[in-house]
Design a protein around this ligand. Structure first.
Ligand SMILES: NC(=O)c1ccc[n+]([C@@H]2O[C@H](COP(=O)([O-])OP(=O)(O)OC[C@H]3O[C@@H](n4cnc5c(N)ncnc54)[C@H](O)[C@@H]3O)[C@@H](O)[C@H]2O)c1
Length: 401
C-alpha cells in the first residue's frame, strides 16, 4: 500500500517513520529545504532517528517530495499540517485548506483521507471533505476519517506504538480501513461514534491540561503571597492517593497544543452560543505568568531592571526539544526589554532563534530559568549570575516561584 503523508513536521515525520516499516511512504511537504534534508536521510525532528529514515530510503519505502504529482497514485492520505491561531487568535485553517487543494488536485482515484491535524469538531465533515471535493477537477468519492495525534515529542515512555489512538470515520468503511492502517503500528485503537467526538476529545485533553496549569500558576502566586512553598504544598497535596493530579507552575505554557487547542474549543463553543469563560480565563492566567515572573524579579532587584543584563536560560517551550512555538520565553523577554533590561538568552538545544544566537551561560546580573534541558549543568546556571530566578522548580538554592 502506498501512503502519502501531507506535512513532514513533528506529527507527519513521526508517522512516516512508523509507517515506513509496513507501507511505501511519500512524505509531502511544501518546504523544499526540509524535503531535501529528508531525502538525504537527515531527520529534523526529535524522536525520529535519521538511521530509521535512511533504512526506509534504502528499501525504497520512503521518499520526501514537494511535487503533488508524486501522490497521484497513493491508496491513503494522512493530513498532518499546522492548525495555528490567526493574528486575532482565531482558528486558522489555511494550511488544512492548502493540504485539501494538494489532495483534490492530485489524487485521481478514491482513497482514504485521514486527518491527524488538531481542529474543532466538524472540521472533517464540514470543511475537509467539501474542500477536497471542491478542488478535485473530476468527482472522486474518497473515504474520510479522523485520528487525532497525541504524540509528545521528546517523550521516552509513550510513543506511536503504546499510546492508545482515537479514531472515527465518516462511514463504517472509512472506520474499518482506518483501523487496518493504524493497527499495523499502534497497539490500542479506540473507535468512537463520530469524527466530532474524536475531534472534541483531542481538544478537551489539552484544555484539561491548560486549565490545570493555569490553576497551579494562580496557586503559585497565592502561595508566594502567603509565604509558603508552592512545591512543598503540591507535594503534600499529592500524597492523597485519589482525586488529585499534580501539575507544576511555570512561566506560562508553550508549544503547538496547550496554548492553541483550547482556543479552538472556545471559538467553536462561542460560535454555537455556549460559554467558554473558564477556558478563556485559564488562557489569560497562563499568558499573564510571564509578567508575574518579571514583576517578581524586578521587585527583588531594587524595583528597576533598567540597564541590567538579564540572561534567559532555556527558550524552548519544554525541556530537551528545540521547539520554540508559543514559548513563554518570548513574553518574558518582551516584558524584560520593555523595562529597559539588556536581554540575551542561553539555549544550546535551540541554538538560534528570531535572528539571535544562544550566548554562553555566564556573566549576567540576573538569570531567569524558563526551561531546564537535561544537558544544562545546574551548577553552571547557579554560577551564571549573582541573582537567579528559577521558574521550573528544579534548581536548588535559588529564588523561584
Ligand atoms: N507537535 C506536536 O506535539 C503535536 C501533537 C499532537 C497534535 N499536533 C497537531 O498536528 C498538526 C501538525 O503539527 P506539527 O507539530 O507536526 O507541525 P510542524 O510545524 O512540525 O509540521 C508541519 C509541516 O507541514 C508542512 N506544511 C505546511 N503546510 C503544508 C502544505 N500545505 N502542504 C504540505 N506541507 C505543509 C510544514 O512545512 C511543516 O514541515 C497540528 O494540527 C498540531 O496541532 C501536534
Amino acid at each position: 500500500m502506498k501512503v502519502a503523508i501531507i506535512g513532514q513536521g513533528y506529527v507527519g515525520l513521526t508517522i512516516s517513520a512508523f509507517a515506513g516499516e509496513f507501507f511505501q511512504v511519500i512524505g509531502f511537504d511544501n518546504n523544499q529545504r526540509i524535503v531535501d534534508q529528508l531525502d538525504s536521510g537527515i531527520s529534523h525532528i526529535e524522536g525520529v532517528e535519521s538511521s530509521v529514515l535512511q533504512k526506509w530510503i534504502r528499501a525504497g519505502r520512503y521518499k520526501a517530495t514537494t511535487s503533488g504529482s508524486d501522490i497521484a497514485d497513493v491508496d491513503l492520505v494522512v493530513i498532518a499540517v499546522p492548525t495555528p491561531l490567526s493574528k486575532d487568535r482565531k482558528p486558522d485553517l489555511t494550511y488544512i485548506d492548502a493540504a485539501c487543494k494538494t489532495i483534490g488536485e492530485n489524487v485521481k482515484k478514491p482513497v482514504l483521507v485521514i486527518n491527524e491535524s488538531t481542529s474543532f469538531p466538524g472540521t472533517l465533515r464540514n470543511y475537509i471533505k467539501p474542500a477536497i471535493e471542491k478542488y478535485s477537477k473530476t468527482p472522486v468519492e474518497h473515504l474520510y476519517a479522523i485520528s487525532p495525534e497525541r504524540v509528545d515529542p521528546g517523550r521516552g515512555d509513550y510513543n506511536q506504538k503504546n499510546t492508545p489512538r482515537l479514531f472515527a470515520g465518516l462511514t463504517a468503511e472509512a472506520s474499518e480501513r482506518t483501523r487496518n492502517f493504524y493497527s499495523r503500528f499502534c497497539d490500542e485503537l479506540v473507535e468512537v461514534s463520530s469524527p466530532e467526538v474524536a475531534e472534541a476529545a483531542k481538544l478537551f485533553e489539552n484544555t484539561f491540561r491548560q486549565v490545570n496549569i493555569a490553576l497551579v500558576n494562580e496557586f503559585a502566586q497565592i502561595s508566594n503571597a502567603l509565604g509558603i512553598s508552592v512545591y512543598e504544598t503540591l507535594d503534600a497535596a499529592n500524597t492523597k492517593p485519589y482525586g488529585f493530579m499534580k501539575f507544576t507552575p511555570s512561566a506560562g505554557v508553550g508549544g503547538h497544543c496547550i496554548p492553541v487547542d483550547p482556543t479552538y474549543l472556545a471559538a467553536v463553543a462561542e460560535e454555537h452560543g455556549a460559554p467558554a469563560t473558564f477556558i478563556r480565563r485559564a488562557n489569560d492566567v497562563n499568558l499573564e505568568m510571564s509578567k508575574y515572573v518579571v514583576d517578581r524579579v524586578q521587585a527583588d532587584n531594587g524595583g528597576s531592571l533598567q540597564g541590567k543584563s538579564v540572561l534567559v536560560v532555556g527558550v524552548a517551550y519544554k525541556p530537551n526539544v528545540a521547539d520554540v512555538r508559543e514559548t513563554a520565553a518570548e513574553l518574558v523577554i518582551e516584558h524584560l526589554r520593555d523595562r529597559g533590561a539588556v536581554v540575551s538568552w542561553h539555549d544550546d538545544v535551540v541554538g538560534s532563534w528570531r535572528s539571535e544566537n544562544s550566548v554562553p551561560l555566564s556573566g549576567a546580573d540576573i538569570a531567569i530559568v524558563v526551561t531546564k534541558h537535561d544537558s544544562v549543568d545546574e551548577s553552571a546556571i547557579v554560577a551564571s549570575a549573582p541573582y537567579v530566578f528559577d521558574t521550573t522548580g528544579k534548581i536548588k538554592g535559588v529564588k523561584g516561584l
